[in-house]
Design a protein. Sequence first.
Length: 279
Amino acid sequence: CGLVALVAGVATLGRGRGPVRAPGELVVSFLDVGQGDATLLQRDSTAVLFDTGPPGGPVLDRLREAGVGRLDALVITHQSADHDGMAGEVIRAHRPRTVVNGGAGYTTPVQRALPEQVRRAGARTLVPEAGQTLAVGALEIRVLWPPPALAGAPPGEEDPNDRAVVAHVALGAFDLLLPADAESNVTGALDLPDVEALKVAHHGSADDGLAAQLARIRPEFAAIEVGANNTYGHPRASTLSALRVVPTVTRTDRHGTIRLRVAGGRMRVERSREGGSPW
């Protein structure tokens, strides 16, 4: 950690302006889709989307704004309406080459429809399990959770969040942790790398182990994907307090879509709107 320096200052995106990328530049977009998750990775012609946000949400608009054509991969981290709610629409519009489905086995309408939608798109399907590595262009996506025994088991009474894909994305000296909704009861036992950037788990819900995890992974940047005026009280005050050790913290309810640009050993943050302090 620290091999990629965070450039001081936060720029504001012009209205409607998508990310123009320099050759080799990675743009990680924490998309403003309301109370839900959708994280987009773009580098050169490569595009990977983690989660699609809630049913009826604006993810297709956000992908259009980002200039996305065909997706190389769609990763559905787990069965939860605010993560897989627009999976069918995204698959139809952007025809991912690979669908990594962490919600396989659930019988929700979204998950029941998914196999046929994937077939029509001509995509291959993977069920994620710890130890897998997916190479997409120059990006290396390593699955840290769930373990094979859990990934291959039919859904039970457990919280779907505890089965969520925890992914480590690496590009050169840059490392990003995407824990979906898996909190420290899951990630606390994992061998986590030092990272430059973190998507905060579960929209900033209360997590007693977050402070210890931050001390382990030492991110320079964190983003909370969370909806304005949500009924869950996200992000929680205790989570915001723990995040004060992170130099730059952003949140989609106040800052809109947040883009983290990574190039030349530096990170630069852009926000789609001014929203004041994350605290």
